[in-house]
Design a protein around this ligand. Sequence first.
Ligand code: FES
Length: 64
Amino acid sequence: MHAEAMIACCARLRRRHLCGTCKSKLLSGSVDMKHNGGIRQREIDAGLFLPCCSKPLSDLVIDR
Ligand code: FES
């Protein structure tokens, strides 16, 4: 993720708006995601995740 996108995300979160800018598809691997919004359960069920809020638990293949 580019630093500018993360700075914009932090600004949105400070204003209590949802972000989701970094939403990506996890093609393989697993992550521990702790988010505060910006992604819906049905999107998570479809394999999407927020890299900025996730800790990789394995090697990952991601589609942005
Ligand atoms: S950059 Fe905002 S949710 Fe990830």
